[in-house]
Design a protein around this ligand. Structure first.
Ligand SMILES: Nc1ncnc2c1ncn2[C@@H]1O[C@H](COP(=O)(O)OP(=O)(O)O)[C@@H](O)[C@H]1O
Ligand SMILES: [Mg+2]
Length: 280
């Protein structure tokens, strides 16, 4: 069965998707299959647009088949590969489709866990943990990583510890500028010091995971975000995870100046005019 490592935030766009992809690129493989990033963001996904992928093949398809016999073998067929070899199951962009899909997956966990022969890890990107099914999935995961920015007001949302988190000992990834040390945060939030992880603000690496910049494998490995992600990935994968041999191969991100995917232009005049003007 696959292990599930969930990531989510208690407020705003803290950087959950970027961290999920960075962890996938840094995951210690030790002979096992590369992790799959499953974007299960109830407020709608971003990865399909960022990487120009079809959102029909991802979470929507997984949820549609979740109650069918053999659904525990569907994850692979709903997975798409992006440059760098990262494997992703993308969420639909709109919440009207995303929320019911997340609810369906939460009700049918074997679609993520797989069967007895399934190996590896699902990095479950839940986005903002506002909806009930997102919280249900966060509770059901083997590990939970709360993602928050490093300001006092952002950390206060973690300190306020919503009731549904009771009994769970999450890791806390603090993304970007933070004037507090890990020990300060641990003390203030009454968490163990080794559960707090400071992640750097690294525009270049983050842009690659947003599909807007190219980064070679070598450059990624030397980036501040990669160094932090390697450490966190090893911790999440467990002490016996073997050598830190990341899942990334070749060049990351293929978008660059690429046009918006045609299926997204649809009837949207705003998107069409953006397309004509070129990406800024
Ligand atoms: N560590 C980081 N360094 C620089 N920019 C980041 C970092 N993490 C996220 N970002 C940027 O912040 C924005 C939101 O990040 P994203 O991962 O999409 O958040 P979420 O999935 O929580 O909504 C994106 O533009 C992303 O490139
Ligand atoms: Mg996201």
């Amino acid at each position: 069965m696959r292990q599930i490592v969930a990531l989510g935030s208690l407020k705003g766009a803290a950087g959950a998707s970027t961290l999920a992809l960075a962890l996938a690129a840094a995951w210690p493989l030790g002979g096992a299959a590369a992790p799959v990033v499953v974007e299960a963001d109830a407020s709608g996904g971003d990865l399909a647009v960022r990487f120009g992928l079809s959102d029909m093949a991802g979470l929507l398809a997984l949820a549609a088949g979740a109650r069918q016999p053999g659904a525990e073998r569907d994850l692979e067929s709903c997975t798409q590969e992006v440059a760098g070899g990262l494997r992703v199951v993308v969420a639909p962009s709109g919440t009207d489709q995303a929320l019911p899909s997340v609810a369906e997956v939460a009700a049918c966990l074997p679609v993520l866990r797989g069967d007895a022969g399934s190996e590896g890890t699902v990095l479950l990107d839940l986005g903002h943990l506002g909806a009930a099914p997102s919280r249900e999935l966060a509770r059901a995961a083997d590990r939970l990583v709360l993602v928050a920015r490093g300001s006092a007001d952002a950390l206060a949302h973690v300190a306020a510890r919503p009731e549904w988190l009771e009994g769970i000992r999450p890791e806390l990834a603090v993304v970007g500028k933070c004037r507090y040390s890990e020990s300060d945060i641990a003390q203030a939030l009454e968490m163990e010091r080794d559960r707090i992880h400071l992640l750097p603000w690294d525009v270049r690496a983050a842009e690659a995971f947003a599909g807007t910049a190219r980064v070679t494998e070598g450059r990624w490995r030397r980036s501040p975000l990669a160094r932090a992600a390697f450490i966190l990935a090893r911790r999440l994968a467990g002490a016996d995870a073997g050598v830190a041999r990341g899942g990334l191969c070749g060049e990351l991100a293929q978008l660059g100046s690429r046009a918006l995917p045609s299926q997204l232009l649809g009837g949207s005049a705003a998107l069409r005019s953006l397309e004509k003007g070129g990406a800024q």
